[in-house]
Design a binder for this molecule. Structure first.
Ligand code: CMP
Length: 141
């Protein structure tokens, strides 16, 4: 059993649609512990930095514009195999390929406006959590 932490983001499209509460309910029903949460609107430079790994992809500029268009909700989730389990709960990046019952299948609007984000590895989780939260903002439970 590996207890992990992962960064989750409810993206601007999902916040704007008013489904953040439904997404949080799915997170809690899946037995994740929410150790930290905050709503914020990313500045352009912050979005470019957070998604820097994609800087050479054709969708990078559009992705950064999308992520700054309104507030998002960043969270630290903890649980057994949290990184993979959160990715499973989110579903495939492209919502048209996401499994039934996943968050993206139910709430995404496009491959870009895909409702939620999750770290893809333990190393990214460490970097992404530190991007949004100081250690004082994370509440062990
Ligand atoms: P996310 O899991 O946050 O990681 C990178 C994001 O880039 C992804 O979700 C989508 O929002 C976006 N993305 C990935 N692939 C594409 C694509 N082909 N076209 C547009 N946006 C994409």
């Amino acid at each position: 059993m590996t207890i992990e932490r992962t960064l989750a983001i409810i993206k601007p499209d999902a916040v704007a649609k008013g489904v953040a509460g439904q997404i949080l309910t799915r997170i809690e029903n899946a037995s994740f512990k929410v150790l930290a949460a905050k709503m914020l609107q990313l500045a352009p430079e912050q979005a470019r930095s957070f998604y820097g790994v994609h800087r050479n992809r054709p969708f990078y500029q559009s992705l950064c514009a999308f992520m700054t268009q309104g507030p998002c909700i960043a969270m630290v989730l903890e649980g057994e195999n949290a990184i993979q389990r959160w990715r499973d709960l989110m579903g495939a990046t492209d919502f048209t390929k996401a499994a039934p019952g996943t968050i993206r299948k139910d709430f995404a609007s496009s491959i870009e406006a895909n409702a939620v984000h999750g770290s893809d590895s333990p190393a990214s989780a460490v970097v992404e959590i530190a991007f949004f939260f100081s250690s004082l903002e994370i509440c062990p439970r």
